[in-house]
Write a protein that binds this ligand. Structure first.
Ligand SMILES: C[S@@+](CC[C@H](N)C(=O)[O-])C[C@H]1O[C@@H](n2cnc3c(N)ncnc32)[C@H](O)[C@@H]1O
Length: 556
């Protein structure tokens, strides 16, 4: 075997798996499985099957998931850049299947970066409801935001917060919460040799303390009758069944729910935890947690017995890496919610073909001078620079709201003018200005006050010096070509598509740009590949200036 497994890990697995151990260890000789998940926000399953550049083999537990040959390099195809699929380890697709988000739900993905499961949740929401996606690592939320945006998600907020601070702002708010917990990663040893290097005796102990605290905090954010899915990519029972049983002992208003079990999954192993508690062993002191003079919480048979309803995905039984998935159902009554009455189902920022209010109509294409005589766009009043005290007041939080009125107004007007002139469908959300950026925010904006926010919602664009509005690539990626006033379609079979994705300027005639009635070719153009939107370009005099963002470009 080429992988050197930690001896303590091997001896633990051998003890627990007994006769099954040989098969388990033999699975380390096989190569890992690669998967893609079709992003149904951008393409239907049948349509993808018709154009797929790769041979697809269905993943049994996820309707939108497919095994692909890793040598196909799915990250190196224009369709990856148009967000038609997300590259995801097959077992990692199960937690969201167990969560079962439905259009209209409010969902929290607490430990979300880089966003595999968040993009899967967003696809299931189908643009309706709310996704709050969060990671405690600031660095990792950059990739999370990029993946959310490349996937064309319109109803997500991206946070970089602790669970406790989110809980203060969203008490009993979410219908569904995913905790894809930080863990010792034993299930990833085959896929990622780094996981082996990082594993040590104390990993399990450190992780259980984090997991216990995270689970305790999320309970307060769940609406009555809601569902939590807890998942890890480790085999350690301390981080799996024990965490669930401890949670149930502390939160008697929850039960372990049924999973839509694949016959390839195995049940949870409460007896492993019972054995560790009895012997006084294991790698976490939490196994023996007890109030003074009382028996350890985990010696209560009932909560532990429920964990048999969880699922373990084993690499020797299913074609995927090791995972643990458990559903926790709140036993309270799920209340019907009138989103509109609660003020939490925002209407459109601006509707299709809608006229801007007179005070905002100044710079609209073909529009006359606006009321008050000032024109937006070229020659418009410059936004005043934020002064030093305002900058200090904003502190660490770049996305805080404090901003001088004048410039907030400028961003707001510029954004609405852009949408009116370039987008032919309503964009839903509360128009929220954060610094130079405009967002369509899917939650009541007050909930974000004081939080570290990476994206306050669907990023529409920003105002640059001179009051010029630059649309975000998130907006481009989420629009259908038919929803944009100007479009240019490139073919994935032509070099032009890759040239665009590499950030190169294209030379092309006005005839190639499809323009909505009353619009000419000059200006922002939504660039699509085989009919699937990728980004913006700006056309004038036979040249398409490339607006595809540097961080999204095709490398190599
Ligand atoms: C298993 S990874 C998540 C993978 C992700 N769900 C996906 O599907 O792409 C666990 C994540 O938890 C984050 N994390 C660790 N402690 C956390 C905490 N207390 N609150 C929120 N996130 C945390 C880590 O930064 C890491 O990105």
């Amino acid at each position: 075997m080429s992988i050197q497994l930690p001896p303590l890990f091997e001896s633990r697995m051998q003890r627990w798996l007994g006769g099954e151990y040989e098969n388990f260890i033999a699975s380390y000789e096989r190569s890992r499985y690669a998967g893609i998940r079709v992003n149904t926000l951008k393409i239907g399953l049948e349509d993808f099957a018709a154009i797929s550049p790769f041979e697809l083999k269905p993943i049994p537990w996820c309707e939108t998931g497919f095994y692909v040959d890793e040598n196909e390099r799915p990250g190196k195809h224009p369709y990856y850049h148009t967000g038609l699929y997300y590259i995801q380890e097959p077992s990692a697709m199960e937690p969201v299947e167990a969560l079962r988000p439905e259009p209209g739900d409010r969902v929290l993905d607490l430990c979300a970066a880089p966003g595999g499961k968040s993009t899967q949740i967003a696809a299931k929401l189908g643009g309706r409801g709310v996704l709050v996606t969060n990671d405690i690592s600031a660095e990792r939320t950059k990739a999370l935001a990029k993946n959310i945006e490349m996937s064309g998600v319109r109803n997500a907020v991206v946070l970089n917060e602790t669970p406790e601070r989110i809980a203060e702002k969203f008490p009993a708010y979410f219908d569904k919460i995913l905790v894809d917990a930080p863990c010792s990663g034993e299930g990833m040893f085959r896929k990622d040799p780094d996981a082996v290097r990082q594993w040590e005796k104390h990993s399990v102990e450190v992780c259980t303390v984090m997991q216990r605290d995270i689970l305790d905090t999320v309970a307060s954010m769940l609406a009555p009758g809601g569902r939590i899915v807890y998942s890890t990519c480790t085999f350690a029972p301390e981080e799996n069944e024990a965490m669930i049983a401890l949670f149930l002992a502390r939160h008697p208003d929850f039960v372990v729910g049924e999973l839509p079990h694949s016959p390839l999954f195995a049940p949870g192993r409460p007896e492993w935890v019972a054995g560790l508690v009895e012997s006084g062993g294991g790698l976490s002191p939490l196994l023996h947690e007890a109030a003074e003079g009382e028996e350890p919480l985990l010696s209560r048979p009932e909560p532990l017995a429920q964990t048999a309803r969880a699922a373990r995905i084993w690499p020797h039984l299913a074609e995927g890496e090791g995972h643990f998935v458990c559903v926790l159902e709140h036993t309270g009554e799920r209340a019907a919610r009138d989103e509109a009455a609660a003020g939490s189902a925002p209407g459109p920022v601006i509707g299709a073909g809608e006229s801007l209010p007179a005070a905002e109509a100044g710079g609209r294409q073909g529009g006359g001078p606006k009321a008050g005589g000032r024109r937006e766009g070229r020659g418009a009043a410059l936004p005043r620079r934020e002064d030093k005290s305002a900058r200090q007041a904003r502190g660490r939080n770049k996305d805080a709201y404090i901003r001088e009125e004048a410039s907030e107004d400028t961003v707001r007007r510029a954004c609405l003018q852009f949408l009116a002139a370039h987008v032919t469908v309503p964009i839903y959300g509360t128009l929220l200005i954060s610094g130079d950026y405009a967002y369509a925010c899917p939650v009541e904006p007050h909930r974000l006050h004081g939080l570290k926010v990476r994206r306050s919602g669907f990023q529409l664009g920003m105002v640059k010096s001179g009051g010029r509005f630059v649309p975000s690539n998130a907006l481009a990626a989420a629009l259908l070509p038919s929803e944009s006033a100007r479009t240019l379609d490139l073919s994935s079979a032509q070099q032009e598509a890759v040239s665009y994705l590499k950030g190169e300027t294209l030379t092309l005639d006005a005839e190639r740009i499809r323009c909505a009635e009353g619009t000419d070719a000059k200006g922002y153009v939504l660039v699509s590949i085989d009919g699937y939107s990728a980004g913006w370009g700006k056309w004038a005099a036979g040249v398409l200036k490339n607006e595809y963002p540097a961080g999204w470009r095709w490398n190599g």
